[in-house]
Ligand binder design. Structure first.
Ligand code: BES
Ligand code: ZN
Length: 419
C-alpha cells in the first residue's frame, strides 16, 4: 500500500540538511491543532509534476535514501505522486537544478484533488461573457500619472530585507503582516478599503488581501496578485525579483488608486499569496475559496518577477500563453500597447503551472501573467541568496512598467472613476 510505503520511507525529520526543513514539522505542530502528533510531524501530500521530471526527482530521492512511489495517475505528460511535506523543498530544488526552473509541481492535500487538477475545469459562463473594451483612459491615466519608481523600489527593498519569506519561517510570517500594515497605511484615507489576512490552516504564513469594493457591480471581482513568499537552497532568500518585484509593482497601483480616489464599478482585490514556492499552495486555497463560495471572479492578473531585464533582451514583457486565458491575454496585449508607454512585448510559455495564475485557471477563472521577459531569457539568480535588487541596477524601472500594465488592467476591467 503506497501510503504505508511513503510513511516508512519518509526521512526522519531531524535529518534535513537545510535549517528551514527542520522548522517545518515544528511549525506544523504549533499550527495544526486537529492533526495527530504523528500526522503533524510530516504530513502526506500529493503533487502533480511534469512526467519528464519524475526521473530526476526519483534520482534525488534515491540520493537521500527515500523511495519514490509510482505515479497514481499520468495524463498529458503530468503525473500525480504522494510525498511527505518535508520532501517538498528537495523536490523544488531538483526542479530548479535540472530544468533551470522550467518544471514545476503543484501541491494538493488529497489524491483526489491532485488527480482532478490534471483536467482543468471549463470556464464558468460569467468569464466567457466579459467584454473587453479599452475606453476608460481618464481613470487609468490618473493612476499611471501617480506611479513612481521610488515607490516601487521601496516595497522591493522592504520585502527583500527579510532574511527569508519562506512560508513556515517566522520572518516569512512577519513579512506578510508587514505587507498588510503597509497596504492598510496606504489606504488609511479610504474607510471603504480593507486590508486583511487570509490565514491557511496548514502553515504559518498568511496571504494578504486588499479589497476596493465596487460601486454598481460589486459582486463581480477583478483580482491582481502575486506571491509574497520566497525560497532558496540556504537560509537567506531575499527574493527581490521573485517576487518582491511583482508585489511592489501592484502595491504602487494601490498607492495610485488611493491617490486618485479611484472608485471602481467592480470589486478589485489585490492579493499577496503565501506559499507559492512550495507548490502554489496559498493561491490554490484562495482560488478554491472563491469557487466554493460562488464568487464571480471576472479576471485575474498575476505578477511574478517584474524587475529583471537581461541586458541582451530587446523585449520588456513576455505574455505567458499557457495555463492562461486566451481572450483575456488578447485584452492584456491591448492594454500593454495602449498603456505600456511604448514597451515591447512577446509571447512566451512556462510549459507547466509555474505560478499562481495556474491556481485560478485550474478553478475555471480567466487568468493572465505578463512576465519580465520570455521565460527562457529570465533571471538566473532567482531562488538564490543573490536575488537582490542590485541585479537590477538597484532601481525599479522595469517593475514600474508592470505597474502601468496592472493599472491599465484594473482601470479597464473594473472600470470606474477617479477624481
Ligand atoms: N517565479 C517563479 C516562476 C517563474 C520562473 C516564472 C521563471 C517564469 C520564469 C515561481 O516563483 C516558481 O519558482 N515556480 C516554481 C513552480 C512552483 C509550482 C513551485 C518553478 O518555476 O519551478
Ligand atoms: Zn520562485
Amino acid at each position: 500500500m503506497r501510503l504505508a510505503a511513503v510513511i516508512r520511507d519518509a526521512p526522519p525529520t531531524q535529518q534535513g540538511a537545510l535549517p528551514m526543513k527542520r522548522l517545518i514539522p515544528f511549525a506544523l505542530m504549533l499550527l495544526s491543532p486537529t492533526a495527530s502528533f504523528a500526522g503533524a510531524e510530516d504530513r502526506e501530500l500529493w503533487i502533480s509534476l511534469g512526467a519528464d521530471a519524475m526521473e530526476p526527482v526519483a534520482e534525488a530521492f534515491a540520493k537521500e535514501g527515500w523511495k519514490m512511489p509510482p505515479p497514481s495517475l499520468t495524463k498529458k505528460e503530468v503525473s500525480v505522486i504522494a510525498v511527505r511535506e518535508s520532501q517538498l523543498e528537495r523536490i523544488a530544488h531538483v526542479m530548479h537544478e535540472k530544468f533551470n526552473r522550467c518544471a514545476g509541481f503543484v501541491t494538493f492535500e488529497t489524491q483526489d484533488e491532485a488527480e482532478k487538477s490534471l483536467v482543468p475545469e471549463p470556464l464558468a459562463p460569467t468569464q466567457e461573457l466579459v467584454t473587453y473594451t479599452i475606453d476608460n483612459a481618464t481613470a487609468v491615466n490618473c493612476m499611471i500619472g501617480r506611479l513612481t519608481e521610488p515607490g516601487v523600489r521601496s516595497t522591493i527593498t522592504t520585502l527583500s530585507g527579510y532574511t527569508t519569506r519562506y512560508y513556515t519561517h517566522t520572518t516569512g510570517v512577519n513579512a506578510a503582516n508587514a505587507l498588510r500594515t503597509l497596504w492598510a497605511n496606504i489606504a488609511a484615507s479610504r474607510s471603504d478599503i480593507t486590508a486583511e489576512l487570509f490565514t491557511h490552516a496548514a502553515w504559518a504564513q498568511p496571504s494578504v488581501v486588499l479589497t476596493i469594493p465596487g460601486s454598481t457591480l460589486a459582486s463581480e471581482i477583478v483580482v491582481v496578485g502575486g506571491h509574497l513568499d520566497s525560497i532558496s537552497s540556504g537560509s537567506v532568500a531575499p527574493g527581490a525579483d521573485d517576487n518582491a518585484s511583482g508585489i511592489a509593482s501592484f502595491t504602487e497601483v494601490i498607492r495610485a488608486a488611493v491617490s486618485c480616489n479611484y472608485r471602481p464599478l467592480r470589486t478589485v482585490k489585490f492579493i499577496g499569496y503565501a506559499a507559492e514556492e512550495v507548490g502554489l499552495r496559498g493561491s490554490k486555497e484562495i482560488a478554491a475559496w472563491h469557487k466554493n463560495n460562488n464568487k464571480n471572479v471576472v479576471g485575474v492578473l498575476q505578477l511574478d518577477m517584474t524587475n529583471y531585464k537581461r541586458p541582451t533582451n530587446t523585449h520588456d514583457v513576455g505574455v505567458v500563453t499557457d495555463y492562461t486565458n486566451a481572450a483575456q491575454n488578447t485584452f492584456l496585449r491591448n492594454i500593454i500597447t495602449t498603456y505600456g508607454g511604448g514597451i515591447v512585448q512577446r509571447d512566451t510559455t512556462c510549459g507547466y503551472a509555474c505560478s499562481d495564475h495556474a491556481s485560478w485557471t485550474n478553478q475555471g477563472f480567466a487568468a493572465s501573467i505578463p512576465h519580465e521577459s520570455t521565460v527562457s531569457s529570465g533571471n538566473p539568480y532567482i531562488h538564490t541568496v543573490n536575488d537582490t535588487i542590485s541585479q537590477s541596477g538597484s532601481n525599479a524601472n522595469h517593475a514600474l512598467k508592470f505597474s502601468r500594465i496592472a493599472a491599465g488592467f484594473v482601470g479597464e476591467l473594473a472600470k470606474g472613476v477617479t477624481n
